[in-house]
Design a protein around this ligand. Structure first.
Ligand SMILES: *Cc1c(COP(=O)(O)O)cnc(C)c1O
Length: 394
């Protein structure tokens, strides 16, 4: 007998759970886009967006998803024939490389597959490609859940004498994992609204340092819509958006930034760390009998907002189906985790635990997964939820 009726829970790594406060802020008649409350409110967003990234630099907003954020960053920095060094730790690193290559930029890809970055290999690549105009990296790759130590990568660039820009994709990690743009020497950072920022898909953000602005000046790939100059320096309201403002998303974003400010970024990072530790403890516990295991073995190299779990025998897909149909929880598909033996990535699944999530939500997901493991006869050591409770409190 299915137990799925009730409030559904989309526990995939984006779009994430939207707080009622965000949804309620969006539930309003169309505002005037020429003067008045929306125009005034929008001015309050920029300082908060800078604080969120940990930068005193520039921020531009686009009506776009994460792919749009990639293209915005790419077109403002590169000219055709430039080189980008892409250090990829999963499907999204490769995606950014494909995005920049399609524009006519030479993408030198160092592919770490579905595993965390090997800093020795990264350092060698930095020495081999000193001519690259920029180094592109994903802080947390949402497919593998590998997290890259951005400060360490900056140090490796400096040690290699690499003068290129450091460009970081924080789409899966901003507002979840610690990130300090200026302290860590990041030149360009991209994110989007639908993950840690708890707003529906539709807003893309690009932050840039003064150096990135200067290096990008005259970039040959700039087009009027993506050009960040007018968005950074807008004199008229429409220039922030290259046209009509994303009116309701802006109200949602205002509410989300208020919630982030009220909780505090360090507290938010800590909440994500503790919830992740609980989730990881459950998987480790289940895996003591059977084939379930975390894709990233080293806890220090895992993102705290998404976790990729490996199974065997197609159990990942079976488990996802069971959890949705019987438990009302939708888990994330295995993305970019395919192998010749498992072309559809049926052995991998992901749990999103980003943004508006708390203990009862993560423990609820784990409880349903454990029920599914039992119902489907997938080998595991029972008691993972108890292990999670202990690890969260620790
Ligand atoms: C979600 C995500 C993207 C892509 O975002 P879309 O909104 O789907 O275009 C890119 N990079 C990372 C790290 C992501 O998590």
């Amino acid at each position: 007998m299915p137990l799925a009726n009730g409030r559904p829970y989309l526990a995939i790594p984006g779009p994430s759970v939207m707080p009622d406060r965000v949804l309620q802020a969006m539930h309003r008649p169309a505002p005037n886009i020429y003067t008045g409350e929306l125009v005034d409110m929008t001015e309050t967003l920029w300082p908060d967006l800078r604080a969120l990234a940990g930068t005193r630099g520039h921020v531009a907003l686009y009506i776009a998803n994460g792919h749009g954020a990639w293209e915005a960053a790419n077109t403002n920095v590169f000219s055709r024939g430039d080189t980008a060094l892409v250090l990829s730790t999963g499907r999204f690193g490769i995606g950014w490389a494909e995005s920049v290559a399609a524009l006519g930029v030479r993408a030198e890809i160092v592919d770490f597959g579905t595993q965390a970055m090997d800093m020795t290999r990264a350092a060698q690549a930095l020495r081999d490609h000193r001519d690259a105009k920029a180094v592109l990296v994903t802080q947390v790759d949402t497919s593998s859940s590998a997290r890259t130590d951005i400060a360490a990568l900056r140090a490796a660039m400096d040690a290699a004498g690499h003068k290129g820009l450091l460009m970081v994709d924080c789409i899966a990690s901003l507002g979840c994992d610690e990130f300090r743009m200026d302290d860590w020497g990041v030149d360009v950072m991209v994110s989007a609204s639908q993950k840690g920022l708890m707003v529906p898909p539709g807003l893309a953000f690009v932050w840039a340092s003064d150096k990135a602005r200067a290096v990008g000046q005259g970039a040959g790939l700039r087009t009027p819509y993506w050009d960040w100059t007018a968005r950074f320096d807008a004199r008229f309201f429409y220039q922030y958006f290259g046209g009509t403002a994303p009116t309701h998303h802006l109200y949602g974003l205002r509410a989300a930034l208020d919630m982030i400010a009220e909780e505090g970024l360090p507290q938010i990072w800590d909440r994500h760390r503790r919830l992740a530790r609980g989730l990881w403890a459950a998987v480790d516990h289940w895996g003591q009998n059977g084939d379930l295991r975390l894709n990233i073995a080293d806890p220090d190299a895992r993102g705290h907002a998404v976790t990729t779990i490996r199974t065997t025998g197609g159990d990942g897909t079976r488990l996802r189906r069971w959890c949705e149909q019987e438990g009302g929880v939708t888990l994330g598909i295995g993305l970019g985790m395919n192998t010749p033996e498992d072309p559809a990535s049926d052995n991998a699944f992901r749990v999103g635990h980003m943004g508006h999530v708390n203990a009862h939500m993560v423990l609820g997901v784990l409880g349903v997964i454990e029920a599914g493991l039992g119902a489907l006869g997938i080998a595991h050591r029972p008691g993972g939820v108890t292990a999670a409770v202990q690890a969260m409190g620790a």
